[in-house]
Each structure stands twice: as C-alpha cells, then as structure tokens.
Design a protein around this ligand. Structure first.
Ligand SMILES: [Zn+2]
Length: 237
C-alpha cells in the first residue's frame, strides 16, 4: 500500500486518551515507550474505571476498580509516563458529554499536547471475530471532539485553560492504518507494562510476550519491519 508510512519522528509532548486501564499498553505501549526514550513527555488519561473487567459474577467492582488504578500507576512507571489521570467513569456508562470533552480539553491544554493518541471511533467491526467495545468508540469520539475544534478555540471551555492547537491525531485500533511505528527496540517494555495489569493478563511472562510479539508481527508485516504498531494519522496543523 503506497500510503503506508513508517514514522520515526518523535513529538516533544504527547497525550494518550484511552477507555480502560490496560487499553493504552495494548494499543500503543511500544510507540509511547519509544517516544519517552527519545525525550517526549507522554501523558495519559484513562477515562473508565475498568470496574467491569471481570468474568466473575461475584466480583467486588469497587475493589477491582481500585486494584486496576494501582495497575495503571505501575504500568505508567514502566512506560516512563510524565503523568496519568483517571477520570473514574464506570465501564459501559461513558458518553460524549460536555463534561467529558471539557475534562479532556483541560488536559490537552495543560500539557500542550502536540500529538493526541486515542482509539479510532469509526472502527466497529474487525473481521468476523471482534466487535470494538463501545467504551473505546465513545472515548475516541470524545478525544477527537476535545482536539478538533474545542481545545484550539478560546470560546470553547474558556475556563479550562488557554486555547491550544494539537498538531496531530493518531488513532489506534483502526480499520484504516496509514502509519506504523517500529517498536522492536521497546517490545519488552510494552510486554512488561502490559504485565502490570495482573487482573487482566493472567499469563506467564513468556506467553504474554509471545502474544504481544504476535500482534506486533502482524502490524510489522504491513510496515516491512519485524514489530510495529499501527495508526491512522490526522495532520491538523
Ligand atoms: Zn478496553
């Protein structure tokens, strides 16, 4: 595909906005780890609690949410994130509200993100096997609304900081990838960050690493490298 690009540029400041506590590692943990190692300040917003991420009908949801918040902190440390914030919305209950968009605008402006990374809200069905979680789609839509045009326009959420124009949106979990990042040097970091989410990945280290490798290999094939992560990239400025 002629339009597919392998991108090596690193922004100075980036913000990742994801729904569930472990989404960011799965979607773009390697890319963010690479950017951090190149000097980028990477910030994270996790919108939902992850309180329903259990197959146990008797699970203590508040307890699970608290455990998962600690897992986010541990994974953020492994990735080397500059900050992480939890908005604490229960799973399955997130909506694109002025409150949520305003909260995201406040973070975009506060950290002066050059790049915002978020789920592609247009991706609903992946082949015949995977229906994209509603929370991912809603959070992706809210992130986009926060970036374009809200954060850039002073009359949107005027009490949430001075206007800031985000230069690029990188959308993960997309059906239309056009941008790849070579994550071979940081694949072990991605696996280690994912392993922090113990409530979700109950796999021995070796197996977890091979799952991460498998996914990255699939993306890498399209990019002509061994391991990659894929995005749809919007150039806004
Ligand atoms: Zn998720």
């Amino acid at each position: 595909m002629a339009s597919v690009q392998l991108v090596d540029e690193v922004p100075a400041r980036a913000l990742a906005v994801y729904a569930h506590p472990d989404d960011v590692e799965v979607a773009c943990g390697g890319t963010l780890a690479r950017w951090v190692r190149a000097g980028c300040a990477v910030h994270l917003v996790v919108v939902c609690q992850g309180d329903k991420g259990s197959t146990d009908p008797a699970a203590d949801l508040a307890g699970l949410a608290a455990t998962r918040a600690a897992e986010v902190a541990a994974a953020a440390e492994v990735l080397g994130l500059a900050s992480h914030r939890l908005l604490g919305i229960p799973d399955g209950e997130v909506e694109v509200t002025p409150q949520l968009v305003g909260d995201l605008v406040a973070v975009v402006r506060a950290v002066q993100a050059q790049v915002v990374v978020a789920p592609d809200p247009t991706a609903l069905l992946f082949g015949r096997r995977y229906v994209n979680h509603r929370d991912h789609r809603v959070v992706g839509a809210a992130a986009i609304d926060a970036v374009a045009p809200a954060a850039a326009m002073p009359h949107y959420f005027p009490d949430r900081g001075p206007a800031w124009s985000v230069a690029e949106l990188w959308l993960s979990g997309t059906l239309e990838p056009d941008t790849h990042v070579d994550v071979e040097p940081v694949l072990a970091v991605k696996a280690a960050a994912l392993a922090c989410h113990r409530t979700q990945v109950d796999l021995p280290g070796e197996l977890l690493r091979s799952v991460v490798e498998q996914r990255a290999e699939d993306a890498g094939r399209a990019a002509g490298v061994r391991y990659a992560e894929s995005f749809r990239r919007m150039l806004l400025a």
